[in-house]
Structure formats: structure tokens, C-alpha cells
Design a protein around this ligand. Structure first.
Ligand code: ADP
Length: 607
């Protein structure tokens, strides 16, 4: 649990992209239209380019209409009347038109890809930035891999849709309007006959998209779940192997995979109906134009050229409808992805509404809990009516059975979670009335599971205070008894560690995190004692380094082994969320209460 307590302020230098958040972006998206509006908000920062894209789309649609029209003209005016010169001139202009047509297509794609990449970059950055402003409860409640899936897959989905769909949709709409206008001008009767297929298309499409929409959403959700599961099993690989749970994990994966497969299968199957449906309707419209057009031409009501134009236009007319329907599907899946991204953006930031609160100045470290009550979930109270007072420089220890509320006390003190009632004071400042970030700047954490980031040993220590010089880093490592092992590493302080911190032992990682704490020089120290077995020499080094670190600071120790807290000034014995005993080791032993029995049990089991 405590391993998630990574100070948010430590991230602040990592990204300095200051992108303003506006009200319109914060609107809650409850429907597709709302989500589309929010995507538009991201797109609109590139209005100039977007205008150029639209201009190109407009030109390409117009040129696309002009081509078939000139073919019709060529048949009626030059082929039927056998005028060779005019025919060649018209072929020349057709060539020029198609060259320009290709150029407009090329430019609209080029610019649109730029816009799409830029939009997705902004979205990704903002999401990542926002993620680091969210409070710990947000992360505690969610599967980490699922969150990762939102930043990667869902955003990628938006990206690919923007790359292709926006142009398609605009050009389809323009082509549709243009085609119908020219067709009406040439022959209203044939136009009406061509439009007969539209209602069929409309209802067919509606039937299909009603099914595909939820399926695409389901597909994205299942993909997120699957990614979450993969992340969990990879990071928990050791535990899985230790307990021989490989078969169970694989079975669970298969089940999740099946669900993804089913959603994907039906989403693709239904959306696969669309081109088939279009094909049938296309052929139908072709037959109508050829049949009725032929009769009209025989009666001299229209020319052969008009029939050719109509055949070509009817295809041009159904293709955009087809494209629109196809793009609609892609759009639905992108909107589903965007919605999941916006959901995170809508999560309330941790430091919101804090701008008017004062900073907590450098404190001496007097900590007081007054009648504090808190629960993670509504129904049950996790800690109840806690009163405690710790004076500057003292060492306080929390002991008690697992689940008693020791970690929760620390969560409340560091305001990772907020009290339901009562107050916590540091040097007389009510924690609810100061900036959280300033509070955490005065606190240092040395946790059970020391988290290492990908980077050198030096960078990992400097995480405690980013502005520290190289000399200060070495000084801190010396104070933490870590210097001697660091210089023996292959590249000394420049040895690269990965996230798991592999290459160095658990105990050495602890020493590095103690060095971090020395560098941060906090007034209040939180120590989560290591439970894992560490060799005796390192253990002694850790103890000695911690003694040094605790000197002159108020320290809170979550004690798992009672023998290490015998020198604590104050021991708080917790059971079921209440402080049931308080005192130092000797007075508590004399009392012969809960602590006495805990101690007896611990001694008997040799811990
Ligand atoms: P300890 O550190 O003494 O073992 P904790 O403070 O972690 O105990 O937990 C106290 C109680 O709160 C336990 O019943 C635990 O299940 C519950 N709890 C801890 N963390 C959470 C959380 N993030 N959400 C809901 N319940 C929690």
C-alpha cells in the first residue's frame, strides 16, 4: 500500500508543458455529441491548417465532379458527332483536372496528418500531466494497466481516426451535395430514381450502427481490462511463480481474451455488412439508371452522355454514403476511446481550490491528531476518534495487528486521504488549511519497497531534491552508508538501474532511499519498516543510517517487528482503528495489556 506514496511534487519538473485548461474542455461528456465537441476543442487549436484542409477538400470534391461531367460532354458533343479536335482538347483538360485533383488530395492528407498528430500529442501530454495531479485514491481504486491502455490504445485510436476520417467525412458530405445538385440539374426524374435507394441505405445503416456502437465500446473496455491483467501478471510474476499460479493466470487470460475476441468478432462482423449492403444497393441503382435512362434516351428525353454521367455519379453518390457509414463506425470507436480519455481528464485534481491557501512553512515537527475519524468506504469506519500528540524530534511508532490502521494513519498525516471528521495539526497549522504540496515537502518517506526509476544511481538519489549538486548527492549517500557499495558498482554513481532496481539488493535499495531522504532533509520522517529478509550486515547499516536520519526530526515508524522500536519515545498500539494503548516500551510492558501480549508472542516466535 505504502509503495504508492510517491510524492507528486517530485514530478513537477518532469513536464513543464503549460497547456491552459479551459471551461469548455472540462464539460462532462455524457454522449457522443458532447465528446465530439471536446475533440473539436482539441482540433481547433489548428484552425488555420484546418481551413486549408477544407479548402483542398472542397477543390478535390469539385474536380472529382467535373471529371465525369466532361466525359459525358465528350460523348454527346464530340464522340457522337465525330469531332476529333474538340475531343483531343477535352482529353487534355481532363488530364489537367486529374493532376490537380491528385495534388489537392495529397495536400489535404499531408496537412490533416499534421493536425491529427498535433492534436493527439496535446491530448496525450495533457492526460499525462493531469494524471500526475490526481490524488492517491484515484490510483488505489484502478487497475494500473487499464489506465495505461487509455493513454496508449485509446489515444492511438483517436489519432488514426483523425488521420483519415475527418477528411473522408468532409469530402463525402461535399461530394454528396455536389453530385445531387448536378444530377438534379441534368435530369430531375433520373435523380429521383437514383435517390430511391437512400431510405434503404439509411435504415440498413441504422440497423447496423445501433449494434456496432456498443460493441466497439465493449471491445475497447475489454482491451483495457486485458492490458491491465497483462501488466498485473508481469509485475507480479514472482508471486505467480512462487504460488504456482501460472495455470490459473493463463486460464483467466484466456477467458478475458475470449471476451475481447467475441466483442471484436461481432463488431467487425456487423460493420462488415456495410460494404455488402452498399454493393447490393449500388447494383440496384445502376440497373435503374441503365433501364429507365435507356428508355428516356430512346424517347429523346436525355442524351447518352447524361446516362454515362449518371452512372458515374450514382457511384460517386453511393461511395461517399458508404464512406460516411464506414467512417461513422471508426468514428464511433474513436469516440468511445476519447470518452475514456476525457473521463480521466474530468477527474478532480488533487491541488484544485488550493491556490488561496497558505504554504506550510518549515516546521519543527509537532504533530497532533484531534478526534480524527476516517473510512475508505462509507459503511465501515477505518480509524475512529484518534487523539495523539507527538513533540518535535520524537520518534513515534504505530504497532498493532495487520489491518489495524497503521498505514491509514500515515495516509491521513500526508493527506493522501482526507479525514472525515476531526483535524490534524503540524506545529499548530491545520493541515486542511495549507497547500498539500507544501506539506509533503516537509515529509520524507523511507518505504518497505524502495521504488527505483530507470536511470543512474545518482539520478535516483537526486530524486530527493532535484536541485542538489553532485557533491551533495555523494554526501547524502555517505550519510546513508550507501557510498561504499555504490563505488563498488561497475559504473559507480553512473550505474544504470531499471525500474525493478535489479542489480542491487533489497537492502541496498533501502540505503538509496535513505540517501534520498537525507537529500530532501524533511522535518517529518515516515518509515515503513522492511519486513523482507535483509542480510545482517546491510540490516545493521540500515539501522545505523536510519538512526542518523531520525536525529532532530519527528519520525513515524510503522513497526512490523517490535524489537526495533524499543527506543521509540511514543508507541501507539492500534487495534481495529482505535488507539488502545500509548506509552514507551517500558511503561507498556508494565501495563501488561495488549502490547505486552503482542511482545510476548513476538519474542516467542523469535522476531
Ligand atoms: P495496517 O497498515 O495496520 O495493516 P491499513 O491501515 O492498511 O492497516 O488498513 C486498515 C483497514 O483499511 C484494513 O481493513 C484495510 O483493508 C482497509 N484499507 C486499507 N487501504 C484501503 C483502500 N485503499 N481502500 C479501502 N480499504 C482500505
Amino acid at each position: 500500500m505504502l509503495k504508492q506514496m510517491i510524492k507528486p511534487f517530485q514530478y513537477k519538473k518532469m513536464i513543464q508543458l503549460n497547456i491552459e485548461e479551459t471551461q469548455s474542455e472540462k464539460q462532462k461528456s455524457k454522449n457522443y455529441f458532447g465528446t465530439l465537441k471536446r475533440i473539436w476543442y482539441f482540433l481547433s487549436s489548428n484552425k488555420g491548417l484546418l481551413f486549408l484542409v477544407l479548402l483542398m477538400v472542397f477543390l478535390s470534391s469539385a474536380l472529382g465532379l467535373l471529371g465525369p461531367y466532361l466525359v459525358g460532354v465528350a460523348i454527346d458533343n464530340y464522340i457522337v458527332t465525330r469531332k476529333m479536335e474538340g475531343f483531343i482538347a477535352l482529353l487534355g483538360s481532363l488530364g489537367v483536372i486529374y493532376v490537380f485533383y491528385s495534388l489537392t488530395i495529397w495536400f489535404q492528407n499531408y496537412w490533416m496528418i499534421g493536425i491529427a498528430q498535433d492534436t493527439v500529442y496535446t491530448m496525450r501530454m495533457r492526460l499525462f500531466q493531469h494524471l500526475h495531479k490526481l490524488p492517491i485514491p484515484f490510483f488505489d481504486k484502478r487497475q494500473h494497466g487499464e489506465l495505461m491502455s487509455r493513454i496508449t490504445n485509446d489515444i492511438e485510436n483517436v489519432s488514426s481516426t483523425l488521420n483519415s476520417s475527418v477528411i473522408q467525412i468532409f469530402s463525402s458530405i461535399l461530394t454528396l451535395i455536389g453530385t445531387v445538385a448536378v444530377m438534379l440539374w441534368l435530369s430531375p426524374l433520373l435523380t429521383l430514381l437514383t435517390l430511391i435507394i437512400v431510405p434503404f441505405m439509411f435504415f440498413g445503416m441504422k440497423w447496423i450502427t445501433k449494434r456496432t456502437g456498443p460493441l466497439f465500446k465493449e471491445q475497447q473496455r475489454n482491451l483495457g481490462e486485458l492490458n491491465g491483467f497483462i501488466e498485473e501478471t508481469i509485475s507480479g510474476q514472482r508471486i505467480i511463480k512462487t504460488f504456482s499460479q501460472e495455470k490459473k493466470v493463463v486460464a483467466e487470460f484466456l477467458e478475458k481474451g475470449e471476451r475481447l475476441k467475441a466483442a471484436g468478432f461481432w463488431a467487425q462482423t456487423y460493420s462488415g455488412f456495410i460494404p455488402k449492403l452498399m454493393n447490393v444497393l449500388n447494383n440496384l441503382s445502376f440497373a435503374i439508371i441503365a433501364g429507365i435512362g435507356g428508355i428516356l434516351a430512346l424517347n429523346g428525353m436525355i442524351s447518352i452522355g447524361v446516362i454515362v454521367i449518371f452512372v458515374e455519379y450514382s457511384r460517386q453518390f453511393t461511395r461517399p454514403l458508404n464512406d460516411l457509414a464506414n467512417q461513422f463506425n471508426t468514428l464511433l470507436s474513436a469516440v468511445a476511446g476519447a470518452e475514456r480519455v476525457f473521463e480521466i481528464l474530468d477527474e478532480e485534481e488533487e491541488f484544485k481550490n488550493e491556490s488561496l491557501l497558505p504554504e506550510l512553512p518549515r516546521v519543527k515537527g509537532e504533530v497532533e491528531f484531534k478526534n480524527v475519524t476516517f473510512s475508505y468506504e462509507e459503511e465501515s469506519k477505518t480509524v475512529k476518534n484518534i487523539d495523539l500528540h507527538v513533540y518535535p524530534g520524537e520518534t513515534a511508532a504505530f504497532v498493532g495487528p495487520t489491518g489495524a490502521g497503521k498505514t491509514t494513519m500515515i495516509n491521513l498525516l500526508s493527506r493522501f486521504y482526507d479525514v472525515d471528521s476531526g483535524s490534524i495539526f503540524i506545529d499548530g497549522y491545520d493541515l486542511a488549511k495549507v497547500k498539500k504540496e507544501s506539506l509533503r515537502q516537509h515529509m520524507g518517506f523511507v518505504l518497505q519497497d524502495s521504488f527505483m526509476f530507470q536511470g543512474t544511481v545518482r539520478e535516483n538519489i537526486r530524486y530527493g531534491r532535484l536541485a542538489a549538486s553532485d557533491d551533495e548527492v555523494v554526501e547524502a549517500a555517505k550519510l546513508a552508508n550507501a557510498h561504499s557499495f555504490i563505488v563498488r558498482l561497475p559504473d559507480g554513481y553512473d550505474t544504470v538501474l531499471n525500474q525493478e532496481g535489479s542489480g542491487i539488493s533489497q537492502g541496498q535499495k533501502q540505503l538509496l532511499s535513505i540517501a534520498r531522504a537525507f537529500l530532501a532533509n524533511p522535518s517529518i520522517l515516515i518509515l515503513d519498516e522492511a519486513t523482507s529478509s535483509i542480510d545482517t550486515v546491510t540490516e545493521l547499516k540500515i539501522q545505523a543510517a536510519l538512526q542518523k536520519l531520525m536525529k532532530g526530526r519527528t519520525s513515524f515508524v510503522i513497526a512490523h517487528r517490535l524489537n526495533t522500536i524499543q527506543n521509540a519515545d511514543r508507541i501507539f498500539v492500534l487495534d481495529e482503528g482505535r488507539i488502545i494503548e500509548e506509552g514507551n516500551h517500558d511503561t507498556l510492558l508494565k501495563k501488561k495489556g495488549f502490547y505486552y501480549h503482542l511482545h510476548g508472542k513476538a519474542s516467542a516466535s523469535g522476531t
